[in-house]
Design a protein. Sequence first.
Length: 444
Amino acid sequence: MSKTGSVTKTASRSARGSGRDEGRVSRITDAYEKAKDAYAAFGVDTGKAVKAALDLPVSVQCWQGDDVTGFEGADGITGGGILATGNYPGRARNGDELRADAEFAFSLIPGKKRFNLHMLYAEPEGKARPGRDELEPEHFKKWMDWSKKKKIPLDFNPSFFSHPLAARGYTLASADSAVRKFWIRHGAASRRIASAFGENQGSPAVNDIWIPDGSKDMPADRLSPRKRLRDALDEILSGSLPPKTITDAVECKLFGIGSEAYVVGSHEFYMGYAAAKRIKLCLDTGHFHPTETIADKISAMLLFVSGLLIHFSRGLRWDSDHVAVFSDEMRDACREARRTGALDRIDFSLDYFDASINRIAAWAIGARSLRKALLEAMLEPTALLVDAEKKEKYHRRLALMEELKTMPFGAVWDKLCLDGGVPPGADWLDLVDGYEESVLLKRK
Ligand code: RNT
Ligand code: ZN
């Protein structure tokens, strides 16, 4: 490349990337002012909506940064139905790289962020690595220090997969009591670590229990594993920890790789369990039948569980973990979440892992999409819709819903990006290219 070419490229990168190019900013501001009037005609205050959307925390999943590998020396070997496919260069290989990548990704994602860790990402000192049932908060000291310094609260997950004791397909529901007890100790340890995160950050860390247990083919006994899972969960959750430090959640699933015929922790199982225990239920958008979406479940479940954790993912044929996008499902779920008026009981998070594209872009695509969907939800003139409904003017309700789809939403989104201090539009892509060149491609 010629010298001039490279200089021009760099200059345009930084101007577009920063979003501070004056012409660009004033074009965005002009478009926003017009959009503001258009929304005001429906009684919507765009300024308030932008602020409210920026204020909702989005929990970003650490595992997109390294293909759910973790730091146990597994080197890309996963199991228990967790399978990242693809071979894009630049995977984070240790905690420092993962933290650096996450920080860079955060600079592209507007609004409040949290970071979601798994037990696999412990960084114990010394040679002998403690077993997964022996891990303690001290093994996450680097994460906690980073979290405090960067003001990024942490969430957590026990890891019931990619482990020899998960190889037979059953963990907490295992008929082998030694296996089951190991995983019960693991689950209990994860809660103590999450609670330490909560203490450190001054707000609860969500600890989400998902297990892969299930059967490839039709089981003859569906009940016994479910009884064992119920009892194991009871044991794990019996440890009393200050509620201001930890929020317990359980995650259901329809099927996984190797558990096509039967999943112990199915939707009905955890729906019942979370309701009985008054804990949070995790709804992962990739964990239901292909035409089944989660939006309608939100208001139903909120009546019976303490709250919801939503994992935004994207099911595609056999996979439940494609990068989340601004889909009808995501938009419907965010709208429904807001309409319930219970946003304080709902945690928004991302759960996918794609190793075939730039991993930082994967983070940014999902998180920006989710923030967009939250903004769109905040911009809805819900009172108008409800009013039409109350008056049984259903044509009016439907017509308004249709009109709202073509509002100048993009202009408000760009303004949100500026207010959130991140690049508007597609400007962030050049920054990703720069980071790929200078950091990711140097990793061998
Ligand atoms: C798996 C669940 C679970 C995991 C993460 C890594 O199907 O969705 O949430 O994806 O914990
Ligand atoms: Zn999930």
